[in-house]
Design a protein. Structure first.
Length: 268
């Protein structure tokens, strides 16, 4: 009798608690709870053991080829600057400020070559470099650089005021494209943009020219030749800057790193 009263008390107690607890308590009283619980645990354990660790699910990110960038104003030799920008105001170049020069950097040069009665020739050159790290949520450094390369080409094609736009492959780096166009302001500017990707680094070279006071208009073929030469030299500088650098493990790129090249007169 005492045993029956005790059992009834427990049944009433089960009815008074929340549903989740009731299932556990009543199952225990029936003597089947431990077995049921064991089966549940086994299922849970089986499920857990079959699930792959997240670290293994996402394959290890590839190491980037380039861990740093060259000094932008030293990416081109003094001889190249003399050839591309005669009478440059500052042959050492003007670097754009950046929070992380190992990820983003640029430098520009400009000069006006005055030749008396033959008129004057203006040249403007800019070199911009952007380096990408492999990132768990953003992808490999190379893939991120590929995406940026495509964006840079599209940006060059959509330059404000651009006329007679021509786009061609260049063969510079792992992939390269030239975008040539004219811009009519007070005088006619001719611009050549070379966008090249070498592994996880994107190089953009802008080279334009204009003529004043009766000087012959810039030779677009020579502008193209000069821009391609500058792009190739910059790619070589990236390789040289990394020869003594150990490739780091994949790290997150600093979100604050930013550098934009100075705008040329044709883009203002």
């Amino acid at each position: 009798m005492h045993r029956s009263a005790s059992r009834l008390t427990r049944v009433l107690a089960c009815a008074a608690v929340p549903v989740i607890l009731t299932v556990a308590g009543c199952s225990s009283d029936s003597g089947k709870g431990s077995g049921s619980g064991s089966n549940s645990d086994k299922k849970s354990g089986s499920s857990s053991s079959s699930a792959k660790p997240s670290a293994k699910a996402s394959a290890a990110l590839e190491k980037v080829a380039y861990a740093t960038l060259p000094e932008p104003c030293k990416a081109l030799s003094g001889k190249s600057i003399d050839s591309l920008v005669p009478e440059a105001k500052d042959k050492s170049g003007t670097a754009t400020k950046s929070n992380d020069l190992s990820s983003r950097a640029s430098c520009s040069w400009n000069g006006l070559d005055v030749d008396g009665l033959k008129g004057s020739k203006y040249r403007w050159l800019s070199v911009s470099l952007v380096r990408y790290e492999s990132h768990a949520s953003l992808g490999s450094g190379n893939k991120r650089a590929e995406d940026q390369y495509k964006k840079q080409v599209e940006t060059a094609k959509a330059a404000e005021g651009a006329t007679d736009v021509k786009v061609e492959p260049t063969g510079v780096g792992d992939e390269g494209t030239s975008v040539v166009y004219g811009v009519k302001k007070d005088v006619q500017f001719f611009n050549t943009t070379i966008v090249a990707r070498t592994q996880n680094v994107v190089v953009t070279v802008d080279y334009n020219g204009a003529s004043y006071e009766g000087a012959d208009a810039p030779d677009q073929a020579k502008l193209m030749e000069g821009a391609i030469a500058a792009a190739k030299e910059t790619v070589t500088s990236v390789e040289a800057a990394n020869k003594s650098e150990a490739t780091p493990e994949a790290t997150q790129e600093s979100p604050q790193a930013s550098a934009q090249p100075e705008q040329s007169p044709s883009q203002q």
